[in-house]
Design a protein around this ligand. Structure first.
Ligand code: DAH
Length: 356
């Protein structure tokens, strides 16, 4: 076929029909672009045809040239139409895929609950704040403590048998470094830095080498309280603790008793028991068959302790108390085994609703 024949109007018409058929046969954008390159790209079949123009007799060249351009344009415009359709199809498919079914029920996100120990600590802090006490920051009173703050300054001389009341974990850091056995270290830490009037409470974790049972665990929580001022009496201590216990247990009087006791850092000393709600005083394993659960120790701050902290005991008096947080939670929320607080059992934890 010479140049004239290959560029004859009939042949060009045939080529156009074939090119359009090739484009129409494309079912996706990738195929369409591939076909376009084959036809109109730099080495495309229709592009190459134009190179034959130079062999066309000069007088026919303008009209053949115009026909070739028309062919390219016709193919290009069919390409553009198909592309627009395929683009729209792709968009519609994407929209269909991304359609949101607004009638579907929402996904329920798990909501965390406040641990019962955190909750009761919070409750106790709020009650004492209401009575004018400030809550000390955890960092003010370390859990890894020296014998001096945990015992000595609290009037437990070395080798004093009262140290055996609290079976203490010592560390390997140094022979006088231990895990605090009571939050009473907060009294010394605070009074060494602040002068009366003092009204503080200090919540925290303590450790004792206890035999684990439904009432005892090797770590537990205490909240220490300290009130130092002029003219403070045991009646103030009793009044404060009674008001606190009544409020914590929902305003209902729960049978409680003050018992004389002994702590080296208070004189006189007392312990407060609340009647066991599991047996109503008849005796069960939770209360060790006594009918009562001890919730706190308290007393008038021993003059030696005030003097150890540089406070003149002839001018100032104080009262102090330390309560077991787990015991309070067990009594208020009817939990009969202390170990459950540390098991992370969701069935247990989910029962507690955040109060604030
Ligand atoms: N620290 C004592 C204990 O863990 C409790 C205690 C008793 C704290 C009397 C006090 C207090 O502040 O005055 O057994």
């Amino acid at each position: 076929m010479n140049a004239t024949t290959s560029l004859s109007p009939e042949h060009l018409k045939t080529l156009e029909t074939q090119a359009i058929a090739q484009l129409n046969a494309c079912s996706n954008l990738a195929e369409l672009e591939h076909a376009k390159v084959e036809l109109l790209g730099r080495s495309g079949s229709l592009t190459l045809l134009k190179r034959g123009l130079k062999d066309v007799p000069a007088e026919d060249r303008p009209s053949v040239g115009a026909s070739l351009n028309a062919l390219s344009q016709a193919v290009e415009s069919v390409h553009d139409e198909i592309k627009a359709r395929l683009d729209a199809d792709a968009l519609n498919a994407q929209l269909r895929e991304e359609t949101i079914d607004v009638t579907l029920p929402g996904r329920v996100l798990p909501v965390g609950k406040v641990h019962p120990l955190s909750q009761i600590t919070e409750d106790v802090c709020r009650l004492f704040e209401g009575m004018g006490f400030s809550v000390l920051d955890d960092n003010a009173c370390p859990e890894v403590e020296t014998e001096f703050f945990n015992f000595e300054a609290l009037n437990f001389p070395a080798d004093h048998p009262a140290r055996d009341m609290q079976d203490t974990y010592y560390t390997e850091v140094a022979s006088n470094v231990l895990l605090r056995s009571q939050t009473s270290n907060a009294q010394i830490r605070h009074m060494s830095q602040h002068k009366p009037p003092i009204r503080v409470i200090a919540p925290g974790r303590v450790y004792r080498n206890e035999e684990v049972s439904s009432r005892k665990y090797v770590l537990f929580h205490q909240i220490e309280g300290l009130y130092v001022d002029k003219n403070v009496t045991f009646a103030d201590l009793k009044g404060t603790l009674n008001a606190f216990i009544t409020e914590l247990f929902g305003g209902n009087e729960r049978p409680t008793r003050f018992r004389p006791s002994y702590f080296p850092f208070t004189e006189p000393s007392a312990e407060v028991d609340v009647q066991c709600l599991f047996c109503q005083g008849d005796g069960c394993k939770v209360c060790g068959h006594s009918g009562w659960l001890e919730i706190l120790g308290a007393g008038m701050v021993h003059p030696n302790v005030l003097e150890n902290c540089g406070i003149d005991s002839t001018v100032y008096q104080g009262f102090a108390f330390g309560m077991g947080v787990e015991r309070l939670a067990m009594l208020r929320d009817a939990i009969d085994d202390i170990r459950i607080f540390y098991t992370n059992d969701q069935r247990f934890l989910k029962q507690f609703k955040p109060k604030y």
